[in-house]
Design a protein around this ligand. Sequence first.
Ligand code: ADP
Length: 375
Amino acid sequence: MTKRTESANATPLQKGRSLAQEKAVSDALFLSIGEGALVTDAKGKVSRINNCALELLGFSSPEDAIGKWYPSIVVAEDEAGTRIPNINRPITEVFLTGKTVFKKLYYRRQDQTRIAVALTVSPVLLDGIPIGAIEVFRDITEEVRLERAKDEFISLASHQLRTPATGVKQYAGMLLEGYAGKLREMQRAMVETIYESNERQITIINDLLRVAQVDAGQIQLIKLPSPLIPLLTDVLNEQAHKFKARAQTVVFDPPPEEIWAPIDVKHIRMVLENIIDNASKYTPPNKNVYLALKKTPRYVLIDITDEGVGIPKEALALIFNKFTRLDNPLSTEVGGTGLGLYWVKKIIDLHGAHIHVRSRPGKGSTFTIRLPQSL
Ligand code: ADP
């Protein structure tokens, strides 16, 4: 109240001074941001740029950028080096949606070298209408290089580990089959333990290899219209022994007519195996797992529902992250790498599909896969 009276009574000179003061503060703020920052007008022309942005983009002075259309002076590329069309640039998305966008992409500097950047573009809104955008970005080239080196190491190490692990499996299998003579009861029990531990090792190695492959962008999907009832039935039959061992029942009432979707069968099969395996793993004995397959006008929906330990609300968003294992009453007993759902989500994304989880701790969870009906 007092303030308003003061400013209402301010002389034009005072008003001018306070405006100049505000501008000085905002200039200092803008210039001192330790990350690249630039502002564009409503047409995408650069109106301000700080020193850090000039340096990162390889401009020698602000005049190289000011007044120019941003997408034309800074070329953006994806990981493979393909130029990102202007329509897909974050700044366009911001103008179209009026929402803040976070992205990781590559910028081609003025000397044609490439840097990886993490950026945030926010609209500058006046009465809810975008009158410009502000972009803040930082150089993550070193982070990306380290991440890649780590992925390559995991891939190499797991390839190297697979050969000896498969050798152990082969020889333990031969011992069990009596190739080296009949085993005494105690010997058999020991070799069986070796065999089972080795199987778990191989599962971990395969999980690591699969993740390394998907992270390196090496997955090529072959999507073909495929019937889903036989696929689901097959996966259930294959996993029947696990359900039996845990005294669980799987209920699947297939729809009266076949349902088709354009999928890469090999990969979607592994996705289903993973989720169904989890449904069994994280459900106590004597409980049920339900499968449902249905069609909507645009999508095919697959629900996998269990009566298991459930997932707390705050952890729902985490379970698709790499190496996430939640602490639940069954997690130690059943073991796992925390890589399954990470891989699942990547494959679902590559299909242009969607995966969603609903859960009630202590009651159970439902994983829903939504596949598009057409390519
Ligand atoms: P893991 O190898 O540990 O099973 P996943 O990536 O498949 O790894 O799953 C990540 C974590 O999500 C699991 O460790 C578990 O805590 C939780 N989770 C996955 N599926 C279920 C489920 N059906 N019910 C309860 N928790 C689950």
